[in-house]
Design a protein around this ligand. Structure first.
Ligand SMILES: Nc1ncnc2c1ncn2[C@@H]1O[C@H](COP(=O)(O)OP(=O)(O)OP(=O)(O)O)[C@@H](O)[C@H]1O
Length: 367
């Protein structure tokens, strides 16, 4: 059996004083009224498997109102291994642990990545580019530690370079050194992103074709250093070539950057574009088609995790059944039958067929 979460325990976490949840190997349905705490449990599972939460909380947000500290732990089992991942928050300090030993967020991620799908994601196609970049990076970070290091180094580099650009007198020698470092990290990140997106593209196109037969989904990465017109298609450029282009782009925008005091080009400005039958999905796709794109993207994340790690991720579906129509719900159910441990939250069991409910572990959540 591949690695699964067998149990989760929380103490003073969000709305819960104390709560224990035991999970089945396949589909788990958490049912409960609004504000029962279902999303809080999903968030906790995401934190303990990926080291991050889609809500981007401050540590204090995780602690139950009125309490000083919180704790959570989950047990991962399978492939002959037994692992305890822990999270503790005291004041504004958040600490992770693995088998009782303190680790950074990197120490909990990578064993059992999680793929989360929640209503916030449904309009990913038409929201700002930062949302799509974050979707790609949040996924990549879980699969590859080098990707994770590049994301954080790049963010830091942009911030520090921006600080320099904001100074009244900018030391040109120092700026050249920052250009070198941002272009090196940025080029590596660009290539990582494009490689990961190429894997997602292939699976997402197939999944989309199954959800909407006859329609063709395209996904492309558009690096800002190449200008607006460039789309890479399937070709992934060499890192050295990207770095050279990055340096050229910085040179071209030097005066504007100095005037505005910010870094105007690089992976923090890149676009991920979706097309359906060759037309930009932001302006041409219906809401239903846009939702199908996101569903296909999530299905692709599961498939890519399998390709890379040789095991499926934990799939967390928070309150999405009510947002999807019957045929898309069916696509999800069809897909999760495929050996993926899944946690689905809902206020209404009516969205599930008798067959699914017979096989699933149904837990009523009420703090
Ligand atoms: N730090 C905290 N302390 C106490 N309560 C909290 C804290 N953080 C969140 N909550 C409470 O948790 C509840 C929300 O829980 P959650 O979002 O998990 O509900 P849900 O069961 O997913 O509901 P819905 O079906 O409406 O999505 C809210 O009432 C919120 O006020």
């Amino acid at each position: 059996m591949s690695i699964r979460v067998s149990s989760l325990s929380v103490y003073n976490f969000r709305s819960f004083a104390a709560y224990d949840l035991s999970l089945g190997e396949a589909v788990n349905v958490l049912v409960g009224r609004n504000a029962a705490g279902k999303t809080n449990l999903v968030e906790c599972l995401q934190l303990l498997t990926s080291g991050q939460s889609f809500r981007r909380p401050s540590p204090r947000d995780l602690v139950r109102q009125g309490a000083e500290a919180c704790r959570a732990q989950c047990t991962l089992e399978g492939e002959g291994r037994l692992l305890e991942m822990g999270l503790a928050v005291a004041g504004s300090r958040r600490t992770f642990s693995r088998n009782g030993k303190k680790v950074t967020a990197a120490g909990v991620r990578g064993v059992l990545p999680s793929v989360l799908f929640c209503p916030d994601h449904l309009d990913m196609v038409k929201r700002s580019a930062s949302v799509r970049r974050a979707a790609l990076d949040d996924f990549g970070v879980q699969l590859n530690e080098q990707y994770a290091r590049l994301v954080s180094t790049y963010e830091r580099t942009v911030e520090q370079r921006n600080n320099l650009l904001k100074e009244p007198y900018v030391d040109r020698g120092l700026l050249a050194a920052w250009d070198e470092s941002i272009s090196a990290t940025g080029a590596a990140l660009t290539v990582h992103r494009m490689s990961l997106l190429a894997r997602i593209r292939e699976h997402a196109a197939r999944a989309y074709g199954a959800i909407a037969p006859g329609e063709l989904l395209g996904i492309s990465y558009s690096p800002s250093i190449y200008g607006d017109e460039y789309t890479a298609g399937d070709k992934i450029p060499q890192r050295g070539e990207v770095q050279e282009q990055f340096l050229r782009a910085l040179d071209e925008r030097r005066d504007e950057e100095l005037r505005r005091g910010i870094t105007l080009t690089g992976p923090h400005r890149d676009e991920i574009l979706f097309t359906i039958d060759g037309r930009d999905a932001r302006s041409f796709a219906s809401q239903g088609q846009q939702r199908s794109v996101v569903l296909a993207w999530k299905i692709a994340e599961v498939a890519v995790t399998r390709d890379i790690l040789g095991r499926p991720p934990l799939l967390l579906l928070d309150d999405v059944m009510s947002e999807l129509d019957a045929s898309r719900r069916e696509s999800i159910m069809h897909f999760i039958e495929d050996g993926v441990q899944t946690v689905i939250t809902t206020t209404n069991l009516g969205y599930f067929s008798d067959l699914v409910l017979e096989e699933a572990k149904v837990v009523e959540v009420d703090e």
